[in-house]
Design a protein around this ligand. Sequence first.
Ligand code: PMP
Ligand code: GLN
Length: 378
Amino acid sequence: HLTKLPNIGTNIFSIMSALANKHDAINLSQGFPNFKSDPLLKDLVSKAMQNGYNQYAPMPGNLELNKAISRKFERLYGTSYHPETEITITAGATQAIFTIISAFIRQDDEVILFKPAYDCYEPAIELHGGKTIAIQLAAPNYSIDWNAVREKVHSKTKMIIINTPQNPSGTVFTEADMLALQDITKNTNIIVLSDEVYEHIIFDGNKHQSACLYPDLKARSFITASFGKTFHNTGWKMGYCCAAKELMEEFRKVHQFNVFSVNHPMQKGLADYLQEPNHYLELSSFYQEKRDLFLRLIKDSRFQFQAAKGTYFQVLDFSEITQEYDVDFAKRLTIENKVAGIPLSVFNENNKDDKVLRFCFAKTDETLKKAADILNNI
Ligand code: PMP
Ligand code: GLN
């Protein structure tokens, strides 16, 4: 009983990126862009450093940044979060997610989430004595049977975690999904953690279904966001979360002691950058072109797919190529063929029936072409 997370090893992103580097493979595994971010944003961060933003930011965030985020919610979603009491700047979405779970999950509390799921939720739940109630979604549509969710909700249900656009499947919630969630949580004390880090990467004219668009949901939800995804600098680890004042007060009780506040010059640089509100508006069409290029290039390969509806990930079914365990296939593809992806079973209770790999298309066209040449010959 010395360890709190006996079943957790090194995460798959570290493993696959290291393997890709070691074998000089094209790395479409861990999700990050391989092109440069806007030089203006870097200039603004450097200026913030030169202009003295080098000491602690206020605990909730640099107020200019909180205000810029508040304006963004008004502009995009027609709803407001108070910059001082309802928005907190965090070290990436990961820290926000961990802190939300830490602030609310006690021994034996149940947390419902949907699998395949991004990997940072479950260890945080386990660490706090909570119990993950996983609802399995099936390829290729990964759609949710809300009656099955309703059956799992009872007095111990403390939280429901959703993620739209969804990593790893590339699916998105519809209005009907959000209304079903709103209905199921009505008259309960359930907190919703709505992980919306890919809010600006949604395709084919679909509209992002933010929890803040639904008043009853908004009142019980934390929304988490990541500047890394939006501004092509995942290494900065900058993000934020929003929630109603009473929820945010509880969040900050933990936040102030696990980090207190986050990187101040970057906050100031981002606040200045967001004065010009158009940077994120073209992101969906930018990534839709990448998705379309990638899928056009591999359309005659032996992989099968449905186009991702959001995120910068595309899942490919390899069942016509091999019946190998997906982890073995992903490693072999990296070592022998020199292209790396993420095996879906790691998001999915290590389900050996999964025959799907996730590939990140946040890459230059040249990289996507080279990767496609390889995938076409598998
Ligand atoms: N949630 C999801 C669904 C993600 O894909 C990621 C990043 N891969 C995060 C949260 C974490 O974001 P950040 O890098 O800002 O911590
Ligand atoms: N979010 C990224 C992904 O899904 C990876 C983040 C990480 O490396 N922990 O690939």
